[in-house]
Design a protein around this ligand. Sequence first.
Ligand SMILES: C[S@@+](CC[C@H](N)C(=O)[O-])C[C@H]1O[C@@H](n2cnc3c(N)ncnc32)[C@H](O)[C@@H]1O
Length: 167
Amino acid sequence: MIRARTVGEKTGFGNLSEERTRGDIDAVERLLDLHPPAKVLDLFCGTGRHCLELSKRGYEVTGLDYSREYLELAQNRARELGVSPHFLQGDARKIEFGSDYNAIIVMWASFGFFADEEERLIVQKMYQALNAEGKVYMEVKHRDWEVQHFEPSSSLSERKPSVSNWL
Ligand SMILES: C[S@@+](CC[C@H](N)C(=O)[O-])C[C@H]1O[C@@H](n2cnc3c(N)ncnc32)[C@H](O)[C@@H]1O
């Protein structure tokens, strides 16, 4: 079993701090006018940092990701925190998202890597999973910033090999 590190400063990928994650959710609440106990889907939730923060605030949360390893880390962390988000493992192009969500969040530029047809399918599934007043919050990259700061020499092999190092 993979053990999540004791709850500390870092909450997910790389050096992302809990403070940043809290700020992300503050922005989601403000911009979507979202309040607990709204039902939220965190699509491509990774190690679940936003699911955990939303759960702590009293939301009914589902996190969906393809990676069993990430979801196991998320589940372990949820146990440590005493919260119970629901996690779905599967390919977003195929798995059912559930229904009647007040909001769907897609954080850390996790959308935009599939073929056009597949992206259309995922957007359609998002639309169907929302209730009539449901809203979407999607964090995307800033093109101009990326162009200015792009580092062509960086490579995956320079990164730490295990996701357990990311918590
Ligand atoms: C940038 S990471 C997630 C970041 C997370 N939202 C956060 O802010 O910490 C992108 C995630 O997409 C997931 N993913 C990639 N392809 C997927 C697919 N076809 N279906 C579901 N999840 C997928 C990966 O496992 C990974 O956790």
